[in-house]
Ligand binder design. Structure first.
Ligand code: FAD
Length: 532
């Protein structure tokens, strides 16, 4: 039986300690942490895992240098600590990267103040990364001739970290690790609300968006990790909270690679917010914006697109300014920001704290997760375990529930991959060896791909060359990664959709072959659904 079907059967038949609503980063780390400590957990998402805000981030794992302007030093120190822990625990996925920030003559702070701030940031980050550096205009021109220095005053280089693959893949790996420890996780299952029965257990009414079937899931505790929909879901469950979400929209545009230098270019945009051009494989991801919205469902407007393109064009010396036609893909999401209901609805989202808040309704054994960041995810996982234990679920003693497999497993994988010649198979765009790539994306699960290649060497051949995908990955994905729609694969388990234009993708023979393995008889239907 397929993984999704068997997990649905478990949702229907079993009773859980905890049911988590929402498989974005907050829900994913909650189940990963709880499952690792022996709780019996279930996770549902109305869409695909990471199918909402958690697929729309800037992919930065960072202390949030910009929050220092609001004197949020505690938040920055905490985020830097989380960043450092993620750097240590996921060395293949979370990587240090240099940021080159150019300051204009009109900028509100003198470069020395910014330079001193980057040193303070470095200290708050416990000196984990390379030290900051002050650059003259001549040094900027030399190291990045692309930057328009005509209005520049100075540049500062400092370090933070980013997600090498993407946010959605990072989230899915937490869901996968929870499933490996017994969690019943299913995508495309929408909660229609929950109520408590006579013995105080939650009964959540859900609808399977694929089959249309409805059923009930039983759990002792309910965790609402529905992101921008937390307030809406609390209304459905008659839960009253002190906090609520205010929403801020942010967009990114993906364009052909603008610089071969692997670093983030940072500027202050016309609204004086930090604005980035971030490397994404052989593309560049530019953004973002910060606009108050009231509806979680958003899309990129002409105004957003103009804002991003005009800001980047004004700061770079490109041979031809970037035009809307150059955009390969667009990303648009809403940040759910935690706000006390008592503060009202008129707060300025640009200046609101990005702190997460975990609000427990003890007498109903209900937990709501407000706000947060991908960078903060390990703290959310730990705090959820504490709260669940306080609500009476017996957990095994605290231990590390995240991170790549131990050094011995890693060494053994690379020894085997090296012997099979996978170090010599190098991606044409990113120059990364196949062995590195498989480990980074699948960790110890990539051993099954080595087994497959040993039996059939053609499985190491490229399937979607432009996106670096090899034949051996598809059989594994079909069995273990709960891909329901083609978009789940192209946008979230991989980032193919962000790297290749739809026209090229549609003509790709490799995609057809991948679909046949992923969807069997339904391959054509899934392709039509996606492209139409
Ligand atoms: C433009 C932008 C840039 C950002 N950049 C960064 C960055 O660089 N670094 C960083 O650390 N953070 C960044 N963030 C913040 C970060 O992305 C978010 O804080 C985080 O992804 C929110 O995760 P979440 O789990 O709360 O919400 P989501 O990812 O939205 O997850 C909630 C899930 O709940 C599901 N759901 C809702 N209702 C129901 C229901 N009734 N039944 C079942 N499921 C339901 C949804 O489908 C959704 O998948 C950025 C955010 C934005 C918008």
């Amino acid at each position: 039986m397929k993984l999704r079907d068997s997990n649905i059967k478990r949702l229907q038949a079993e009773s859980f300690d905890v049911l988590v609503i929402g498989g974005g980063i907050n829900g994913a780390v909650s189940v990963a942490a709880l499952a690792a400590r022996g709780a019996k957990v279930a996770l549902i998402d109305a869409r695909d895992f990471a199918g909402f805000t958690s697929q729309q981030s800037s992919n930065l794992v960072w202390g949030g240098i910009k929050y220092m302007e609001g004197y949020e030093f505690g938040l920055v120190a905490g985020l830097c600590k989380s960043r450092n822990e993620l750097l240590d625990s996921f060395p293949s996925t979370v990587k240090e990267i240099r940021f080159l920030m150019t300051l204009s003559r009109k900028f509100r702070f003198h470069p020395w103040i910014i330079f001193a701030s980057t040193w303070l940031y470095w200290l708050l980050g416990r000196g984990k990364t390379r030290t900051p550096r002050l650059l003259s205009m001549a040094q900027i021109r030399e190291s990045e001739p692309l930057i328009d220095t005509s209005d520049g005053r100075a540049g500062i280089e400092y370090s933070d970290a980013f997600l090498h693959d993407n946010d959605a893949r990072f989230v899915f790996n937490f869901v996968r690790s929870a499933m490996d420890k017994g969690c019943a996780a299913v995508n495309y299952i929408e909660s229609r609300g929950a109520m408590r029965d006579s013995v105080g257990h939650w009964k959540t009414e859900v609808k399977d968006q694929v089959s249309g079937n409805t059923f009930t899931i039983r759990s002792k505790i309910l965790i609402n990790a529905a992101g921008a929909y937390v307030d809406q879901h609390n209304l459905l469950c008659d839960i009253d909270t002190r906090y609520q979400h205010l929403l801020s929209k942010g967009i990114h545009l993906i364009v052909p690679q603008i610089s071969e230098n692997h670093r983030v270019l940072a500027f202050f945009a016309s609204d004086e917010r930090l604005f980035f051009a971030i490397p994404m494989a052989n593309r560049t991801c530019i953004g973002t914006t910060d606009t108050r919205v009231h509806n979680p469902e958003t899309e990129v407007s002409d105004e957003d697109r103009d804002f991003v393109l005009s800001n980047i064009n004004a700061r770079l010396n490109l041979a031809k300014p970037l035009q809307p036609e150059d955009v390969i893909a667009e990303r648009c999401g809403v940040r759910p920001l935690a706000a006390l209901k008592a503060s009202g609805n008129s707060l300025d989202v640009k200046h609101m704290s990005r702190k997460h808040v975990i609000e427990v309704t003890d007498n109903r054994r209900h937990i709501s997760i407000f706000g947060g960041k991908l960078t903060d995810c390990l703290n959310v996982g730990d705090e959820i375990c504490e709260q669940v234990a306080q609500l009476g679920i017996e957990l095994q003693p605290a231990r590390k529930w995240y991170g790549e497999p131990d050094a011995q497993t890693r060494t053994e994988f690379f020894r085997r991959a090296h012997a099979m010649g996978l170090d010599e198979i190098v991606a044409s765009d990113t120059h990364e060896a196949l062995s590195e790539r498989l480990w980074r994306r699948y960790a110890a699960n990539a051993n099954s791909m080595l087994d497959a290649i040993e039996k059939d060497a053609t499985l190491a051949e490229p399937l979607l060359e432009q996106a670096g995908i090899r034949r051996c990955e598809i059989a594994y994905l079909a069995q273990h990664e709960m891909i329901v729609k083609l978009e789940d694969y192209l946008r979230r388990r991989s980032k193919i959709e962000l790297l290749m234009s739809r026209e090229i993708l549609q003509k790709s023979a490799g995609l057809k072959e991948a679909c046949e393995q992923l969807f069997g008889n339904e391959a054509q239907q899934r392709m039509d659904e996606y492209f139409n």
